[in-house]
Write a protein that binds this ligand. Structure first.
Ligand code: BGC
Length: 761
């Protein structure tokens, strides 16, 4: 029988309610035994289950499968695979008696220096949102909860618990919120975890606008909001702001503060009740799933290997891969013996087993003879003798495989990276080995981009193997030998140098504040806008076969925004082996009132094709695929006009372009005010209508500028005068133009405003 939450709530004392709103231990909620309310057990996340044996401890987790981290997951671009991964995670939660896994993390990769980027999906909100939604749906399909984190604008580790992200409304809506929005609307995570940081001066845990107005009201989030561990500052303010559950506990003084605030009248008890209702709903939902059934560790290890192989990105290949006839293989680098497969911090999993890359390679390399050299010491030390030994071993070999891992000191939760570089020893090693052995493959283990400009020309191939999870060693062997045809595509741009990156001059800020000065232009949106070369573009990834795109088509060349449209293309595997292609659909707006990125990813599909096979790939584009957030209207708007639909294999490899015409169906209110410029008036349909009867009173140049409607379109000296007027507030134009009006300019302005806003004049 389902528990009656309303009557349980009615039977609870204020003290019990306040206690339920704060954890009982580091990982459990507070039970109310008297009323049959069980405790709920939570565990990190996001790429494995970090279940503490003792709920009061933060160390000593039980063995669980360590899957590849989110950078690798996202590079699969395979929503079904991520769903399957979610289901496997849930099975492990069930076995380990965990009710909610603390993931996925879906913050944007604002700068490649972000210390936790390895735990996040992408620089693109659409891709990240699809990944997060699939992950959540997979986990929750088995009756286990998730925690979508860290809400929101949690994009750096520097001053992680106090920095204030200064980010404008449009940027929040278009870049930092949509992945959360998609995940909430599509998948309804049981919990959402607030961020440590402040957003425009207000802590994530006290941010009423984010937690209540947007998350709970606008997006209709049904679950509970949990704090990040230690993110609550003022418990009463946090409750009022929509933060339901504080973790970790126990924190008796917090409970007392809530009770006291209700007694003093500072806190309305109905606010506590609302939090309790949300918590009880999830606690009882969790209790419905019987726990304890063991999971199939070897099946999950195999799944981890599949995800790793699908997520690895073949960045460069002059034809050396897949390996075929190499008989003597020089295996170089510590990462060949000790897999670097996860990052430091709260996501650190105690793996059930770990593949040793060297051994896995030996298993698939048949009778090839493998030798090994360490190549580089642990950490950041430098040792020339290891480089010399490696080069000597590489010289006579047929092929050298360089396994390079970024040391943990360079990448972890808790602090940001300070550069994009491999260690000095690793770079020197690549140069030394490639100078004696051109047939060298570099295999990288890192969670975020590294700079390559200094050495990329040396090796014959480069495989980005990410923080690849416990089975990644085998996955590398699978890809090197073509047992798996690589199909991973970058979910983030690899820049040439740090100074090229969008947030370079504003990251990580300081003195408590970081300015998101690049606005909506992060990742490829920035590089595209600046026509800037990059090392490897967003969406890039090579295969052992080739694909042709033909017969691109749209369901309608002219369409209404609310109807959206469907894009289709035929994809043919034109090579000799089976493979998978990720078809990416970008949208480019020809003209808009506010600046927009040159193109944005709005759809994708991964398709598997036998050699010679053709399949049709279709992608739907809805209203939001064409809309942008207008801070004046405070809503998503579309504008009449032409858009290009670009279908491609990466952001820089567009194979087909189709032009379509959108009809806007919005009936927008006027946002004109006393400061609005003549241009604002002309561009606002209601404003233009109100002004129409008076336009003939303006001087000829101004009339010309109004007709041309844009400064760029008008030419010559007279046009210059008109353009000058376009940028002035209408009230000033009325003076400067010496327009003979029936009433004073002030009264005229009031009259026009009233008309534009539909008020009586
Ligand atoms: C991290 C969260 C994590 C929590 C519990 C925090 O420090 O930011 O991602 O889920 O700890 O370990």
């Amino acid at each position: 029988m389902k528990p009656d939450i309303q009557s349980i709530l009615a039977g609870m004392t204020l003290e019990e309610k306040a206690a339920l709103c704060t954890g009982a231990s580091a990982w459990t909620t507070t039970p109310v035994e008297r009323l049959g309310v069980p405790e709920m057990f939570v565990a990190d996340g996001p790429h494995g289950v970090r279940r503490m044996a003792n709920p009061h401890h933060s160390k000593g987790s039980l063995p669980a499968t360590c899957f590849p981290t989110a950078s690798c997951m996202a590079s699969t671009w395979d929503v079904d695979l991520i769903y399957a991964l979610g289901q496997a995670l849930a099975e492990e939660c069930i076995a380990l008696k965990v009710d909610v896994v603390l993931g996925p993390g879906t913050n944007m990769k604002r700068s490649p220096l972000g210390g936790r980027n390895f735990e996040y999906y992408s620089e693109d909100p659409y891709l990240a949102g699809q990944m997060a939604a699939s992950f959540i749906t997979g986990v929750q399909s088995k009756g286990v909860g998730t925690s979508l984190k860290h809400f929101a604008a949690n994009n750096q580790e520097t001053q992680r618990m106090l920095i204030s992200a200064r980010v404008d409304e449009r940027t929040l809506r278009e870049i930092y919120l949509p992945a959360f929005e998609t995940a909430v609307k599509k998948a309804q995570p049981w919990t959402v975890m607030c961020a440590y940081n402040k957003i425009n001066g207000t802590y994530g845990s006290e941010n009423h606008r984010l937690l209540v107005d947007i998350l709970k009201n606008e997006w209709a989030f049904q679950g509970l909001v949990v704090s990040d561990w230690g993110a609550v500052h003022n418990r009463v303010t946090a409750l009022k702001s929509g933060l339901d559950l504080e973790m970790p506990g126990p924190r008796d003084r917090r409970v007392q503060a809530v009770v006291g605030a209700v007694h003093s009248g500072d806190l309305d008890e109905s606010i506590v009740d609302e939090a309790v209702r949300r918590i009880l709903r999830i606690v009882f939902m969790a209790a419905e799933t019987p726990k304890g059934a063991p999971f199939d560790a070897s099946a999950h290890h195999a799944l981890a290997r599949r995800v790793a192989a699908e997520g690895m990105v073949l960045l460069k290949n002059n034809g050396i891969l897949p390996l075929q006839s190499a008989k003597r293989i020089a295996v170089i680098g510590r990462a060949a013996q000790e897999a670097h497969f996860q990052g430091g911090g709260s996501s650190h999993i105690n793996p059930t087993q770990v593949d040793r890359p060297f051994e896995e390679l030996q298993k698939v390399a048949g009778d090839a003879e493998l030798s090994y050299a360490e190549g580089y010491p642990e950490g950041m030390a430098f040792d020339q003798s290891l480089i010399d030994a490696a080069a000597n071993m590489a010289r006579p070999a047929d092929v050298a495989l360089l396994y390079l891992a970024l040391p943990e000191a360079k990448e972890s939760e808790g602090y940001d990276r300070t550069d994009l570089d491999l260690t000095g020893q690793e770079v020197a090693l690549i140069k030394a080995v490639t100078s004696v052995q051109p047939e060298t493959v570099v295999i990288l283990n890192n969670g975020a981009p590294v700079a390559m400009a200094d050495w990329i020309d040396g090796p014959a191939a480069v495989l980005e193997a990410w923080m690849m999870g416990q089975a990644g060693g085998g996955a590398i062997a699978d890809v090197l030998y073509g047992r798996v045809n690589p199909s991973g595509k970058l979910a983030e741009t690899f820049p040439i140098r740090l100074a090229d990156t969008p947030a370079y001059i504003n990251f990580p800020g300081g003195a408590g504040e970081v300015l998101y000065g690049e606005g909506i232009f992060i990742g490829y949106r920035y590089y595209d806008a600046r026509a800037m070369p990059v090392q490897f573009p967003f969406g890039h990834g090579l295969s052992y076969t080739t694909f042709a795109y033909t017969n691109p088509r749209v369901s309608a060349t002219s369409f209404r925004d609310v109807d959206g449209l469907t894009v289709a293309v035929d994809v043919t595997n034109t090579g000799k082996v089976a493979g998978k292609e990720v078809v990416q659909v970008y949208v480019h707006d020809h003209k808009s009132r506010l600046a927009r990125p040159p193109q944005e990813l709005k759809g994708f599909a991964k398709v598997e094709l036998e050699a010679g096979q053709t399949r049709t790939v279709a992608v739907s584009l809805d209203f939001r695929a064409f809309a942008y957030f207008h801070p004046g209207y405070r809503q998503w708007i579309t504008e009449d006009g032409e858009f290009d639909i670009r279908i491609g294999a990466s952001a820089s490899d567009i194979r087909c372009t189709l032009t379509v015409t959108l009809q806007c169906t919005l009936d927008l209110p006027s946002i004109l005010n006393r400061d609005s410029t003549l241009r604002d008036w002309v561009e606002d349909p209601r404003g233009r209508r109100a002004m129409e009867p008076f336009l003939h009173l303006f001087t000829a140049p101004t009339q010309a500028a109004i007709a041309a409607h844009s400064a760029a379109a008008a030419k010559g000296d007279t046009a210059m005068m008109g353009n000058f007027m376009l940028e002035l507030p209408l009230r000033e134009v009325l003076y400067f133009e010496g327009v003979k009006l029936p009433v004073s300019p002030e009264d005229m302005l009031e009259r026009l405003l009233a008309q534009a806003h539909g008020r009586p004049t």
